[in-house]
Design a binder for this molecule. Structure first.
Ligand SMILES: [Mn+2]
Length: 344
């Protein structure tokens, strides 16, 4: 990862070191490791990971690993430390107070913006992990469609359980709790998967695998039974809108312009599209770039999602989401089919 660049940044800004505590994603970013308990000290010269003695030691390049003994704080005390970088988005008040006790006279400087910036553009190795997470996600969708055809499930929870089991069988974890929403439940974009029975109508599946800490995010909608003309039209319109956004991806284009393209395509229905068109993705499911930030533009090797939706409260909801990458051309990483699958 960009540890070397970050060290340059510390030097340029006169910081003696930066201090990150688990579960700060910045710690996982620089180590590519998810500990049970750890603190990472990045100095201009050396980087040390104080790691719980209960964890297996990872093999890390250019990072010393020290066991987190009871007195580990004493080992790092130093009167010469004057400025310490912290991540205000992750450091708790308690962790900040502990840091103060170690370095009572140092100034704490927020480096969260620098971290967000560094994490946006992915390295080849990060992109490989994200692609793999997307492949697992796509094949999980194909597997769940087969099971739905066999009528294997009674409830939303049954479907989610099968999907999460399938993801885990691929040596991955889940990026977030799987959303399975039957019928009117899908009108709530962040529906909590429930014991609701499957019945006739749209079934929305929003889920993602997490492979070596890197996330995928995908939403597909299938139809249980036979859709009527209006339902088919609504799905068709949303799919067209999503495809229009994918076709409009171009280097340097602001994300809010993509959003505008979709709203135009949805026409009168755009008032039912109640969230942002997408988000950056990586170590976290939702990370920079933020689409509503006017400064943010499409860049090479910055993966993001495209997920238009329409929600009719009390009736049904639809969303079609892909994780995509622009690297000179647009690559849709989540390759599961999008034509409406009807399961009779
Ligand atoms: Mn998403």
């Amino acid at each position: 990862m960009k540890l070397v660049q970050f060290k340059h940044y510390l030097q340029q800004t006169d910081l003696d070191m930066a201090y990150f505590c688990h579960p700060d994603p910045a710690l996982t970013y620089f180590t590519q490791f998810y500990p049970s308990q750890a603190v990472l000290l990045v100095g201009a010269a050396k980087t040390t990971l104080f790691l719980s003695k209960l964890d297996k030691k990872p093999s890390l390049k250019n990072i010393n690993i020290m066991p987190m003994e009871r007195d580990w704080q004493h080992q790092i005390k130093s009167a010469s430390v004057q400025k310490i970088g912290i991540n205000k988005n992750a450091l708790t008040i308690r962790q900040g107070e502990d840091l103060r006790k170690i370095f009572p006279r140092a100034r704490l400087i927020d480096v969260s913006q620098e971290i967000i910036h560094a994490r946006k553009e992915k390295t080849v190795s990060e992109l490989r992990k994200i692609s793999k997470a997307c492949q697992i996600t796509s094949s999980t969708f194909n597997a769940v469609v087969q099971e739905l055809r066999k009528k294997s499930f009674q409830t939303e929870q049954d479907v989610a359980f099968f999907m999460e089991k399938t993801i885990k069988e691929h040596d991955a974890g889940i990026a977030f709790p799987t959303i399975v929403a039957m019928g009117k439940n899908a009108a709530i974009p962040h529906h909590k998967t429930s014991s609701a029975k499957l019945g006739k109508g749209f079934l929305l599946l929003d889920f993602g695998a997490c492979y070596r800490q890197y996330c995928a995010d995908m939403t597909r909608v299938v139809y249980l039974g036979v859709p009527d003309k209006e339902e088919k039209q609504m799905y068709g319109l949303l799919l067209e809108a999503q495809q229009t956004a994918l076709n409009s991806i171009k280097e340097g284009k602001p994300f809010h312009e993509l959003d505008a393209v979709v709203r135009k395509k949805l026409g009168n229905y755009s008032s039912y599209f109640i969230h942002s068109l997408g988000h950056g993705i990586g170590l976290e499911v939702h990370e920079a770039p933020r689409f509503f930030d006017e400064q943010e533009r499409i860049q090479k090797n910055v993966p993001f999602t495209i997920e238009p939706g329409i929600y009719f409260p009390g009736k049904f909801g639809l969303r079609i989401e892909d994780t995509v990458l622009f690297n000179g051309k647009t690559q849709v990483l989540t390759t599961a089919p999008k034509e409406l699958i009807c399961i009779k």
